[in-house]
Design a binder for this molecule. Structure first.
Ligand code: CO
Length: 139
């Protein structure tokens, strides 16, 4: 497996609306997508574009959302995960399994409509890491 580009940094927030205002007004972001629900992952998502990557704002969707606990510990929100692209998600999964890295759950369709999986932060130097198959148009 070959490590691909950084696609996005996931930032948990109690309010996408407030975070979007922050990225526009304080950070000078000019391109912000429309928020949308990702029920399979229990989150509402909104992408803020920077020239070389995106910030993925994630807000809990429902009480059993996987980021509810994170926000209890970090009430302001905060950096939640990083996401790297790979060419082939199955090959990447086999690669990480071979390295003994724990994969969290099944491969599923992520916010960009391509397959993704997450790797346990304890096997990733403390960083919750998302691996995503590159969108076809990126090649
Ligand atoms: Co993500």
């Amino acid at each position: 497996m070959k490590l691909g580009r950084l696609n996005h940094v996931g930032v948990a927030t109690p309010s996408i609306e407030q975070s979007v205002a922050h990225y526009r007004d304080v950070m000078g972001a000019t391109h912000v997508g429309d928020p949308f629900d990702l029920p399979a992952q229990g989150v509402r998502v909104c992408f803020v574009d920077a020239p070389n990557m995106q910030v993925e704002l994630i807000e809990p969707l429902g009480a059993d959302s996987p980021i509810v606990k994170f926000l209890e510990k970090n009430p302001l929100g905060g950096q939640h995960h990083v996401c790297f692209e790979v060419a082939d998600i199955e090959a990447a999964r086999n690669w990480f399994e071979g390295k003994g890295a724990r994969i969290l759950g099944d491969t599923r369709i992520g916010a960009h409509g391509t397959p993704i999986f997450f790797l346990h932060p304890k096997d990733m130097g403390g960083v919750l890491t998302e691996i995503m198959e590159s969108p076809a148009q990126a090649h």
